[in-house]
Ligand binder design. Structure first.
Ligand code: UTP
Length: 297
């Protein structure tokens, strides 16, 4: 019987240089899609998937992120007094239970693998755990992490979320070497982080993982990989070397790379169009902008 996954690690200690100057003072995870910070999308997805313990790997300058999870009694009282029940409800949905969140610090941005390793003392050696990158926002029903947890309950081992990318983009991702393609699930023979040439497939790893606790043991080596960083991909690939199973799940849904400016803008449009109260006005505006651009050409 495979034990239920109830812990998720959110590595949020990166420098976010692609969003400078904003990230000089705002953690990237607090940037908003419509009216919700990226971190809220990640938390909601994890909660929907049954996660009960949320472990944040933070760093200097991420105070706003920690504050975001505090209950705002003053604001709640104000909304209550002024009868703004809907807003009050919305605010309360963001409240986290005391003790559900733990913060650990990564003292230096040494890579995603290192960030996950920083959480090692909070994970038992007999439990698989999830890793969620808040940069990757996935619109999916059921949410991506839930799809993964359900699939993992069948397969065990470790699992990464994967999607097909055009050949020329493979150098920006961790890429899977596929041993057996079973449709939605693929069995992985190897993984390469950002292959400069000859990618083993066009299946890219995106920021959702269910990891066997042994991955943390692999990270103990603190081996530097691509870009001089301690790579999570390498530690997962070590699982295969050790004869343990790693799977990829072709999730159903649309992933937005909110760690990049283009991806963030695309997500803003997509999530804006999802909102009933904004949709008509927004569609009209987008039509007008496109028509004006066409006329100007
Ligand atoms: P990125 O590769 O997107 O790096 O990290 P970054 O520093 O956040 O952003 P850029 O490239 O400078 O713009 C992917 C995820 O891993 C976390 C990041 O916070 C992000 O969620 N991360 C990365 C860490 O927590 N620590 C690290 O040392 C590196």
């Amino acid at each position: 019987m495979i034990r239920k996954v109830t812990k998720a690690v959110f590595p949020v200690a990166g420098l976010g240089t692609r969003f400078l100057p904003a990230t000089k003072s705002i953690p990237k995870e607090i940037m908003t899609l419509v009216d919700r910070p990226l971190i809220q999308y990640a938390i909601d997805e994890a909660r929907a998937a049954g996660i009960e313990e949320f472990i944040f790997v933070t760093s200097r300058g991420k105070g706003a992120l920690e504050d975001y999870f505090d209950h705002s009694h003053e604001l709640e009282n104000h909304l209550k007094k002024s009868g703004k029940d809907e807003l009050l409800d919305l605010l309360r949905q963001t409240n986290m239970e005391s003790g559900a969140i733990a913060y650990v610090r990564q003292h230096k941005a040494m890579g995603l693998g290192h960030a996950v390793w920083c959480a090692r003392r909070l994970i038992n050696d007999d439990e698989a755990f999830a890793v969620v990158l808040t940069d990757d926002v996935v619109m999916g029903d059921p949410p991506c992490l839930q799809q993964m947890i359900e699939a993992h309950a069948e397969t065990g081992g470790s699992m990464v979320a994967t999607m097909e990318v055009p050949q020329e983009k493979t150098k920006s991702y961790g890429i899977l070497d596929v041993e057996e393609d079973m449709g939605a699930i693929v069995k992985v023979r190897g993984m390469v982080e950002k292959p400069k040439e000859s990618p083993p497939s066009n299946l890219a790893v995106i920021g959702r993982y269910i990891l066997a606790p042994t991955v943390l043991g692999n990270l103990n080596k603190l081996k530097q990989g691509a870009g001089g960083e301690i790579q999570l991909t390498d530690a997962i690939a070590d699982e295969i070397e050790a004869g343990r199973d790693v799977f990829g799940l072709r999730f159903r849904g649309q992933r937005y790379d909110c760690g990049s400016k283009a991806g963030f803008l695309q997500a803003t449009v997509a999530f804006g169009l999802e909102r009933e109260e904004l949709r008509d006005e927004f569609v009209e505006y987008l039509h007008d902008v496109l028509a004006m651009r066409k006329a100007a050409e």
